[in-house]
Design a protein around this ligand. Structure first.
Ligand SMILES: NC(=O)c1ccc[n+]([C@@H]2O[C@H](COP(=O)([O-])OP(=O)(O)OC[C@H]3O[C@@H](n4cnc5c(N)ncnc54)[C@H](OP(=O)(O)O)[C@@H]3O)[C@@H](O)[C@H]2O)c1
Length: 262
C-alpha cells in the first residue's frame, strides 16, 4: 500500500532542499534538476549554493541558518511569493560530532538539538501554513525529513547525534498521521552511511557506505513508490532494524562485539 501520493513527475515542481550545499541534499538537487524540477537550495554557506545555481540554470539559492526561526519564516514566505508554492520541502540540514558519555559536552549536545531538531521544527513551522493552504486547493505538497538509521536505537559514540535523529523519526511519524488524510505527503528518510563531509571525520571503515548519488537515487525511488520510510541501503538498514528488536542485553552485547567499542 502506498502511504503517500507517489512523486514521479518532477517537471515544473518546486522543491526546497534545506541542507543542500553538500552531500545528500546537493546530490538530490542535481537529480531533481535533471528531472525538470525548479530547485531551491539552502544552507548557511552561500558560495556552494551560488555555484550550484551557476551549474543548474533555473535553480535558486536561499542562504539560511535553520536555527534562525525568523529567517526560516521570511525565506519560506519569500519563496512562496516568488515561485507560487512549494511542492516538496526537504529538511536535510544536520550536524554530527561523535561523542561518548564519558566526554559529555553540553554545548555539543545542545548544538545537535538546535540544528537537527529545532532547525527542522523551524523549517516545518515556516512552511506548514502554505502547505496546508495548498492542500486545500488540491495542489498537495510533501514534507520530507532526513533522520538516520542511528535514530533506531543507541549506537556507540552517538550520544549527541542519535537522540536527535530518534526525535525526527517520531516527529515524521506524527506528521504523517496528522497530514496524510489532508492530502499532504510526509516521508522519513533514514540513510545508512553515506560518503559526505559529515562522515569524513569517522575514523573507522563504514559498512555498506554509499555515495551521495546512490543515496539520492534511493530517495527518489522511495518518493516515486509513495513510501513513508525510505531507508537504505537495505542490506545495512534491515540489519539495524532487526537488531533494534532485541532485548537490551542482547542488543548491547552484539553492538559492542560488532564495533569493538565500549
Ligand atoms: N552521511 C551519512 O552517512 C548520513 C547518514 C544518516 C543521516 N544523514 C543525515 O543526512 C543529512 C545530510 O547530511 P550529509 O551526510 O549530506 O552531510 P553534509 O554534506 O555535511 O550536509 C549537511 C548539510 O546541512 C547544512 N547545514 C548544517 N547546519 C546547518 C544550519 N544550521 N542551517 C542550514 N543548513 C545547515 C550544511 O551546509 P552549511 O554547513 O553550509 O550550513 C550541509 O548543506 C543530515 O541531516 C545527516 O544527519 C547522513
Amino acid at each position: 500500500m502506498s502511504l503517500n501520493p507517489r512523486l514521479t513527475d518532477w517537471q515544473g515542481r518546486v522543491v526546497w532542499l534545506v541542507g543542500a550545499s553538500t552531500g545528500i541534499g546537493r546530490a538530490l538537487g542535481v537529480a531533481l534538476h535533471a528531472r525538470g524540477a525548479t530547485v531551491v537550495v539552502s544552507a548557511r554557506s552561500a558560495a556552494p549554493l551560488q555555484a550550484f545555481v551557476a551549474q543548474h540554470p533555473g535553480s535558486h539559492a536561499a542562504p539560511l541558518d535553520v536555527t534562525d526561526r525568523e529567517a526560516c519564516a521570511s525565506t519560506a514566505e519569500a519563496l512562496v511569493a516568488q515561485l507560487g508554492g512549494l511542492d516538496l520541502v526537504l529538511s536535510c540540514a544536520g550536524t554530527y560530532q561523535p561523542m561518548h558519555a564519558t566526554q559529555f559536552d553540553l554545548d555539543v549536545m545542545l548544538r545537535h538539538q538546535q540544528i537537527n531538531v529545532a532547525g527542522a521544527l523551524n523549517l516545518i513551522g515556516a512552511v506548514m501554513p502554505s502547505l496546508l493552504a495548498q492542500a486545500q486547493t488540491g495542489r498537495g505538497g510533501h514534507l520530507s525529513l532526513v533522520a538516520s538509521v542511528a535514530g533506531y536505537r543507541a549506537l556507540p559514540n552517538a550520544l549527541a547525534y542519535g537522540h536527535t535523529k530518534a526525535a525526527l523519526i517520531h516527529l515524521a511519524q506524527s506528521l504523517h498521521l496528522d497530514l496524510s488524510p489532508r492530502q499532504l505527503g510526509v516521508s522519513l528518510i533514514n540513510p545508512g552511511f553515506v560518503d559526505t563531509p559529515l562522515t569524513a571525520q569517522n575514523g573507522f571503515t563504514m559498512p555498506a557506505l554509499q555515495t551521495p548519488e546512490q543515496a539520492a537515487a534511493a530517495i527518489l525511488h522511495g518518493w516515486a513508490q509513495g513510501d513513508f520510510e525510505i531507508h537504505f541501503p537495505h542490506r545495512f538498514s534491515r540489519v539495524l532494524k532487526a537488531l533494534g528488536l532485541l532485548p537490551t542485553g542482547s542488543y548491547e552485547w552484539l553492538v559492542r562485539r560488532a564495533t569493538g567499542l565500549q
